[in-house]
Every structure is written in C-alpha cells, then in structure tokens.
Ligand binder design. Sequence first.
Ligand code: PLP
Length: 365
Amino acid sequence: MRVPFMDLSKIHKPIRAEITEAINEVVNKGDFILGGKVGEFEKEFSAYCGCKFGIGVSSGTDAIFLAVKALGIGPGDEVLVPANTFIATALGVTFAGAAPILVDADPLNYNINLENIEKKITAKTKAIIPVHLYGQPVAMDRISALATKHGLKVIEDACQAHGAAYKGKKTGSFGDIGCFSFYPAKNLGAFGDGGMVVTNDENLYNKIRILRAYGSEKKYVHDEIGYNMRLDTMHAAVLSVKLKYLDSWNEQRNAAAKKYDELLRGTEFGIFQTVRDAYHVYHLYVIRSRRRDELSKYLGENGIGTTIHYPIPIHKTGAYKYLGHKDGDFPVVDKFSGEIISLPMFPGITDEEIEYVARTLKNFK
Ligand SMILES: *Cc1c(COP(=O)(O)O)cnc(C)c1O
C-alpha cells in the first residue's frame, strides 16, 4: 500500500466542474485584479470567521506583515512570536522593521507556552502573535488576558487553522487582526499564493486595504507608501467555491486524527494533547519519536509519505542567527524539533490508509 503525505486531488476531483465554471466566469468578465469576486469572497470568508471585515492579500506572509504595519509597529518595537512556527510568522515582523522575540513551546500541545510569555515582555513589546499551530487553537482567553494586562495588540496567525474554534468562537476572530494563508496545501487553499486579513476594526480594515494596493484609496492618488499585495480575482473565485466544503473537509481531518490517536495511544510514539474547549482542524497530524530520522526513512520505504514541521527552529536558521540564541534557549523546541514527524493527513484519507500507517508504525523496530 502507498499512502501519500497529502493528496489534493481527493478534494478537487468532485468539485472540478464547479471550479472550472467559477474560473471561466472571471475570464469572461476579465476583471482579474480586485474584481468582483475578491470583494464577494472577502465578505464570505470574514463572515465565516465571525469578523466584520476581510482584506484579500497576496499570501499569509504578507497578511502578517500588513497586520504588523497597520498597527503602527516598526523599528525599535518587539513582537512576541512562538519559537516553533513556520518562519513566515517572524518574517512578517521583520519586514515591518520590528524585532521578533521568540517564546518556547508548551510540551503538551506544542503551541506557544503561555507560562513563558510574561517573562519576555519588555517596555518595547507592542504585540503578540499566537500561532494556531497544526490547526490547534491557542487558549485565546489566556492570550487576551495577557494582552489587556500589558497593553499589547494581538495578531493571530491562523494560517494553519481555517475553521478551527476555541470555546465555540472561530480562530482569527479573537485578536485585533487575524491572518490566513491560502497556500494550496492549507486547509483552504487557492491554486497559487493568496491570503486574507480579518478584523472587526474598521480603521484597521481601511488601513490594510490601502496598504495592499500601492497606498491608494482612489486610483492614482497615493497618500502613503503602499505595496502591491492583492489577492488575485481568479484565486478568490476558486476559494469561494472551496469555502462551502471547508467544514466537511475539516470534519474529515478531525475524524482521521481521532482514529490515529486511538490506534497510536499507548505506543512508543508521542502524541500531542488537544487544547481543552478547542476544535482542532488538523492541518497536520504530528507525532514524536526519539529515532525520528530512522523512522522517516523506514516509513518512506514502506510507501508512507511524511514531512517535518519544522526541522530547523527559527532561532537556528541562518536568517535569524543574528538574534544570538544558543542551543538550550528554547528547551522544548530544541528537543522536539529533532523528534517531530508529520503523518499523512488530508480530507479523503481512508480508514484503511490510517490503519496501514499505524500498523507500520507499530512494526518499527
Ligand atoms: C503557511 C504559513 C504562513 C505563510 O503563509 P504563505 O501564504 O505561505 O505566505 C505563515 N504562518 C504559518 C503558521 C503558516 O503555516
């Protein structure tokens, strides 16, 4: 048996006609840049998240950058970021000229360690970016309480958590700003790069809308330095079709994860706990093994696709070497980055496939 790490054809095949029709409509209209579909999808997606406003942007990275920028954060400011996240969370802060300050992970769920946040707050700290890593919501009431106590802004990195919820409220709707990526492999993915910023703050909405389009509200009137960071109309059309299926795809991911949990509980492999009161949408299903590299090779030889999210933590990348951290500064991330491995996870993965992966894991000698 072969089980790929991911198989997008499983979700695209059944809705191919619908997607083709949506693309054709954009071609027929010819409104490729900020066309009608962008505004429609902004409304649909922000409403889905429980937010008043949405701004379609060019990627998740750009969403984070524009969020930091719109909050007036820049040189001399510090922004708290988890040490285990995709590098883009930190890049968004860096692009704005501010400094990302890393916080170690919680060993139970691998999200940002809530106990370590306060120690990292200084007079320069302006914001915190909780990342709903792997699709698992951060306990946002704790983040909001810390933010209120210290006067910090909250930018949620929900790039892996479309449709996830904490205490019944969707991720992206807790902070001042929520950021999403529509990179093809995400729970809601475009046919290329794309992203969205969501907010309930009309002032931030207007700022980000202007920043994403050359700093202009009215065509050829440029009152500030802006960027070209727009969501393409073609992607908005595809995403609008796919959004209708997101909840059912997330349910399938959630059910697959429950099955993995069941089959792997009590084995030598480390399983992460789910945060209480959270609806986890399992962008990734990650386990731990002390012999990770051997395991990865073994699974590959048995036809099972895996990847690692992420093998090199931010503080050990060449890009962020300048932060001056050393081994042991983030004990949980330093240890776990050598142990984590992401198993096959996608809507449409069958029980037989999950059973094969679990059986193969149990036969690992
Ligand atoms: C994918 C991702 C991003 C960046 O999104 P892009 O659309 O690839 O730029 C940021 N943060 C996290 C946690 C991600 O998984």
